[in-house]
Design a protein around this ligand. Structure first.
Ligand SMILES: [Zn+2]
Length: 404
């Protein structure tokens, strides 16, 4: 990640530089971080807030929070983002690691991961292909690094910077990181410059697809840490503008994530202009239509969820939220009736006993529900519905399971 970013200009696109940016969605009082471990309800409720003003670029389709202030985003060891405790997510990550190792013949290679989080994925890729790895991430916790490849992988607790240009990198991985970077063009330029003068290097990027968020009016998928929102098309266009050849770009994980593979053309760093895309992608008009849909339906979507929660409470039924990450925080924060929800469930043991930013619900382990006996469990990501249902059955909790 870049060490600094320019002062946000409401009218300039940080992906393509166009000034044809239209603000289409605004929220105030949003917690500036939703993955930090907060040890008291008071600290959680007093958590710093910021604003969201989503701007849509009519030139390239990129969407960004034009009110984002990089200095407010803390990425430290208090940042607890891993989804690695979910069997469903683990299976996905493991299949992906196998696929990348096979497809790009990653054996005895040097792998660089930018934004490696707690390092689970990098360790797996290094284990599968007997590779060596370097992970760069300010939130890395060395005590939690273990596994068969741990002695071949090192970590740098920092943002990715120019001085990392000499790190060995036959293959670069960057998962769920670009959406946290506001100056995306600056980041691509940095990456391109750091990889210049080498053999063609392949990169793999994974991040959420905003087209689905817009079409489903998934307001819980819009939060402060995500300052940059891409569709497959706007992401491909960013890579092509910055001297990469896109090999593949598609959706995975129930169409929630964009997976993009690209490479630098040669060692010269002398990219001469835009080339044709090799993959079929959405166009700017498609994003514009989805933006319009989101804008039209957003209020109704909020009202419908709020009425639902108020109705549950009025009939004496107890609801809990399952998923104490960013989606859970965004969901609870957006709905006034959510103040009746007392706890948020999460399977990540590092979160237990902590509190949800802004709204202050206590985060509890699934086992808590055996005594608490909720009537309704609101699942913050439908992809985890089956594993949550199974866990509730195991705990003999007969709640209705409702996915957002
Ligand atoms: Zn743009």
């Amino acid at each position: 990640m870049p060490s600094h970013s320019p002062v946000p200009d409401e009218h300039a696109c940080l992906s393509c530089g166009s000034t044809d940016v239209e603000v289409f969605h605004q929220e105030a009082g949003v917690p500036v971080n939703s993955c930090l471990l907060l040890a008291s309800e008071a600290e959680a409720r007093a958590f710093p807030r910021g604003a969201i003003r989503l701007g849509f670029c009519h030139a390239c389709g990129f969407i960004a929070n034009t009110a984002f202030v990089q200095a407010l985003a803390e990425y430290s060891t208090r940042y607890e983002e891993t989804q690695g405790f979910s069997p469903r997510f683990q299976r996905f990550a493991d299949d992906l690691a196998h696929r990348l190792v096979d497809r790009f013949d990653l054996h005895d290679k040097d792998i660089l991961e930018i934004g490696c989080g707690k390092g689970e994925f990098l360790l797996r890729v290094c284990e599968l292909g007997n590779n060596r790895g370097v992970g760069v991430d300010p939130s890395v916790v060395l005590d939690r690094v273990r596994g068969p490849a741990a002695d071949r992988v090192s970590f740098i607790a920092d943002l990715y910077r120019k001085q990392h240009a000499d790190l060995p990198a036959d293959f670069v991985i960057c998962r769920h990181t670009l959406e946290h970077i506001s100056d995306v063009a600056g980041f691509m330029e940095l990456l391109r410059a750091n990889l210049a003068g080498r053999e063609a290097t392949t990169v793999f990027f994974e991040l959420p697809d905003v087209l689905r968020v817009l079409r489903e009016v998934a307001f819980w998928d819009i939060y402060y840490e995500h300052c940059s929102y891409f569709t497959v098309g706007s992401l491909v266009r960013l890579f092509e503008r910055n001297g990469f050849t896109v090999l593949d770009a598609r959706l995975d994980y129930d169409d929630q994530y964009i997976l993009l593979e690209a490479h630098t053309d040669d060692g010269s760093g002398g990219f001469k202009g835009r080339r044709g895309s090799r993959v079929a992608v959405d166009q700017v008009e498609d994003v514009a239509a989805a933006v319009g849909e989101f804008r039209r339906r957003h209020q109704a979507q909020l009202a419908s969820w709020d009425a639902r929660l108020a109705g549950l409470s009025a009939s004496g039924r107890r609801a809990v939220v399952w998923g104490a990450g960013s989606k859970g925080v965004a969901f609870l924060c957006a709905l006034p009736a959510a103040e009746r929800i007392e706890v948020a469930v999460d399977i990540n043991p590092y979160k237990h006993g902590m509190f949800m930013a802004a709204t202050g619900q206590r985060i509890v382990p699934p086992a808590f529900l055996a005594d608490y006996r909720p009537d309704v469990v609101i699942v913050m990501n439908p992809i985890y519905r089956d594993e949550i249902r199974a866990e509730l059955d195991r705990l003999r909790v007969e709640a209705d399971v409702v996915a957002v």
